[in-house]
Design a binder for this molecule. Structure first.
Ligand code: C2E
Ligand code: MG
Ligand code: MG
Length: 733
């Protein structure tokens, strides 16, 4: 599994990354089919958009600057030409005026017509106006000038004037300019300047374009080499990093790092490599963690069930991987671990589990695989060798390791024992799961046979398990098809022989196609299975309902008799027990005191405070409560005082042996006294002989039940039995 998943969608150009639940779109375009290997092709530089932008900007900037310079130069060229014209005109005029004056001595006409005509033909002068220094007009030759001397008089005197078309240019030469007492206005033909300028511009444009082109090329090539190439190189590396961030095929930078760009590329390359390294590290750490979570138990750090099964497969392949390995699987369940958890709390329970795991691991060889496969279940798989050929031997060793010394948790010592099941591969199956299951079946057998035992798997166990499944299936059918019925065994007051009631005992009539049509299956064969599967709950409800209805019929006949109903542990902890009992009594019309519920001691011990509450609630309904099979469990006398019970029922084993085993007689006696001291009635069950009856009578037992008086019978027979003996059994002294 990869935490960082890259998705390049072929049809899309944008690469996206999926990091956890976030999708990040990278704002980078990768052209379809583009191979990201960097080459310094000039074409790459020329095809770069940024390069074109730089080129265009550069070209026009240089062009603009040159145009500005040329414009300025043209202006000063024109000015320079005009100044030159004025100078030429001035010197020509001075020499003409001087010559004329010397020739004619006529100061009033400084320039002769002939002179003026010669001037016009030899120079660019096209018109002359001459004024005396008092502004009186003296002469006019050639073109009429535009400048008027009145302007000079009005103070708006202009020194020169260029016509808007640029065809003529006029200048005013004053007495200071001419060194004569005249003012002259000269007009020049300037059309030739335009031609010159045009020629000049034509040449300049060509030069400007060439210069712009040259500068652009120089800049583009420089930018391309010094800037764009490194940027393109960096882009290539980044694209590769995006394509495969974990293993980017980045090239080392060929650029010198003694400048900012080279340094940046070098840093970026290092960053990409660092990032890849980080991703690899995170990924590998995540994978390690996932592996640990998937294959190890977090409490004990031992392999879990999945890993254990995989390891078993490896062991099964043998050391050389060709021959089949032989190994044993030992499954260990800590006895009464639930009690430790319930009474001491989960902290202690967890600490014990950790300690057991540690002890198992350290006491077994390296070749053994030790795993925790369920809450308080450990499994060990260990290769069988020439020295150790028997899995049972290992099972016993493990059992001893656990109970060899108590486990110290905080300051307390806990003596832990375990039930152990052993199976062998390939003797008990070639499928590892099956072998593990078989060790579990063996373990269950060890638990059933009294715990703290080591049992090796046998096919018979399997058959027993199959049988249980079959019984469960049939029992479900029986419940649905009314094959269950109740028998009633009378209970008698020992003092006067009065029938005080009966115990309802379930019977399963199982049709089998035989001559008799079927047979009764004893409750001992199916009640424990029903209890384990939870089927006891609907069965118990049916028993209660049927017993109440029967008791109500007897009640209607005028007999005040009580029917005792057995309630098993699973029913006792059923959340709606109180409500169901209350409704059932009400529906049947039975007086609540004519119903008694029998519960065994072991049921209370699972959760004493809950037991007290439930018993109080049940008692609150007005019914009676009895402790069944009293003396076989391990009731605490202090709790017994808190239970709102009416009756102790001495277990039949004590009655059976009372006459030949003084211990049992003394237990029976003690129970009777204890019951009386707590103001409880005491009933003895399993009374079969007059001697037993005499013993109980002697000991002041209150009530009796047993084959001596009547065996359990159908309701009709019970009904007839009461009628027959008018509610009293004979021979009770
Ligand atoms: P239990 O409640 O202790 O019932 C007394 C058992 O002793 C009954 O066996 C009864 O037939 C037997 N018994 C009575 N008198 C004598 C006698 O003098 N000698 C001998 N040898 N046995 C005698 P049963 O009917 O086979 O029931 C066995 C157990 O199955 C019951 O023991 C009870 O724990 C359970 N059970 C029976 N019916 C129900 C039921 O409806 N619900 C639940 N939860 N358990 C039931
Ligand atoms: Mg009973
Ligand atoms: Mg009993």
């Amino acid at each position: 599994m990869s935490f960082l998943k890259k998705e390049f969608k072929k049809e899309l150009d944008k690469p996206t990354y999926v990091y956890g639940t976030q999708t990040v779109e990278l704002n980078t375009t990768i052209r379809k089919g583009e191979k990201h290997s960097f080459k310094f092709y000039p074409s790459r530089i020329w095809s770069s958009r940024i390069n074109w932008r730089i080129a265009i900007t550069c070209f026009f900037t240089v062009l603009l600057i040159q145009c500005a310079i040329i414009t300025f130069l043209l202006h000063s060229y024109e000015k320079h030409q005009l100044v030159g014209l004025k100078e030429v005109g001035r010197s020509e005029l001075i020499s003409m005026i001087t010559a004329q004056n010397q020739a004619t001595s006529k100061k009033d006409f400084p320039v002769s017509r002939a002179e003026a005509e010669r001037l016009f033909s030899s120079s660019k002068i096209t018109g002359i106006s001459i004024f005396a220094s008092n502004l009186a007009h003296l002469q006019n030759h050639g073109q009429k000038t535009t400048l008027q001397l009145q302007d000079v008089a009005s103070g708006e005197f202009k020194n020169n004037y260029l016509s808007p078309s640029g065809a003529t240019y006029e200048v005013v030469l004053r007495p200071d300019d001419l060194n004569r007492p005249y003012i002259a206005i000269l007009q020049f033909d300037t059309t030739y300047i335009k031609g010159d300028v045009f020629e000049y511009v034509q040449e300049a444009v060509l030069i400007i374009l060439l210069v712009s082109l040259f500068v652009t090329i120089v800049i583009v090539v420089s930018v391309g080499n010094f800037l764009l190439s490194p940027v393109l190189f960096m882009r290539e590396n980044l694209l590769r990093a995006i394509e495969n961030p974990e293993n980017p095929k980045v090239e080392d930078s060929p650029f010198a790092t003694n400048n900012e760009i080279g340094e940046s590329i070098d840093l970026a390359t290092k960053l990409i490599k660092q990032n890849a390294e980080n991703i690899r590290r995170i990924k590998s750490a995540a994978e390690d963690k996932i592996h640990k979570l998937a294959y190890y138990d977090t409490l004990t750090n031992l392999p879990n069930r999945t890993y254990f099964l995989q390891s078993m497969v490896k062991l099964g392949h043998g050391e050389d991987g060709k021959t089949m390995g032989r190994f044993c699987v030992v499954t260990i369940d800590l006895d009464h671990f639930k009690d430790i958890n319930d009474t001491m709390g989960y902290n202690i329970g967890d600490a014990i589990l950790r300690a057991v795991g540690k002890r198992l691991r350290s006491s077994l060889p390296e070749s053994a695989i030790v795993a925790r496969i369920a809450e308080d279940e450990f499994s060990v798989a260990m290769p069988l060798t020439k020295d150790v050929t028997d899995g049972r031997e290992i099972g016993v060793r493990i059992s001893n390791v656990i109970k060899s010394s108590p486990f110290k948790v905080f300051t307390e010592d806990f003596q832990v024992r375990a039930s152990v099941g052993v199976s062998t591969f390939p003797d008990d199956g070639t499928d590892v799961e099956q072998v593990l299951k078989n060790s579990d079946i063996a373990l269950n057998r060890a638990k059933e046979e009294g715990r703290d035992l080591v049992k090796e798997y046998s096919e018979d166990f399997d058959r027993a398990v199959q049988q249980r499944f079959q019984i469960l299936r049939n029992l479900r059918d029986a419940l649905e098809h009314d094959q269950l019925l109740l028998h009633y065994q009378p209970q008698i007051d020992l003092r006067d022989g009065r029938i005080i009631g009966a115990e309802a005992l379930i019977r399963w009539w199982k049709p089998d196609g035989s001559k008799e049509g079927g047979s009764f299956i004893p409750p001992i064969e199916f009640i424990p299975i029903a209890e384990q599967s939870g089927l006891i709950v609907p069965i118990g409800e049916w028993v209660l309902k049927t017993a109440c209805e029967s008791a109500a019929i007897i009640q209607e006949k005028g007999y005040d008799m009580r029917i005792a109903v057995n309630v098993s542990g699973a029913q006792f902890y059923q959340s709606n027990l109180i409500g169901y009992v209350e409704n059932t009594i009400a529906d049947s019309g039975l007086k609540p005191s004519n119903l008694e519920l029998e519960v065994t001691e072991s049921v209370f011990m699972d959760d004493i405070s809950h037991a007290i509450t439930t018993l109080r609630n049940l008692h609150g309904l007005g019914l009676e409560l009895a402790i069944d099979d009293f003396g076989t469990g391990y009731s605490s006398l202090s709790y017994l005082r808190q239970f709102p019970i009416d009756r102790l029922k001495i277990d039949q084993s004590f009655i059976r042996n009372a006459l030949n085993n003084p211990d049992d007689a003394s237990i029976a006696r003690t129970i009777i006294r204890l019951g009386h001291s707590l103001n409880l009635k005491v009933i003895a069950e399993g009374v079969e002989t007059y001697e037993q009856q005499a013993f109980l009578s002697e000991e002041n037992c209150d009530e009796v039940q047993g084959y001596l008086y009547a065996k359990p019978m159908s309701f009709e027979d019970f009904d007839a039995f009461i009628e027959e003996c008018k509610g009293y059994v004979p021979d009770v002294s």
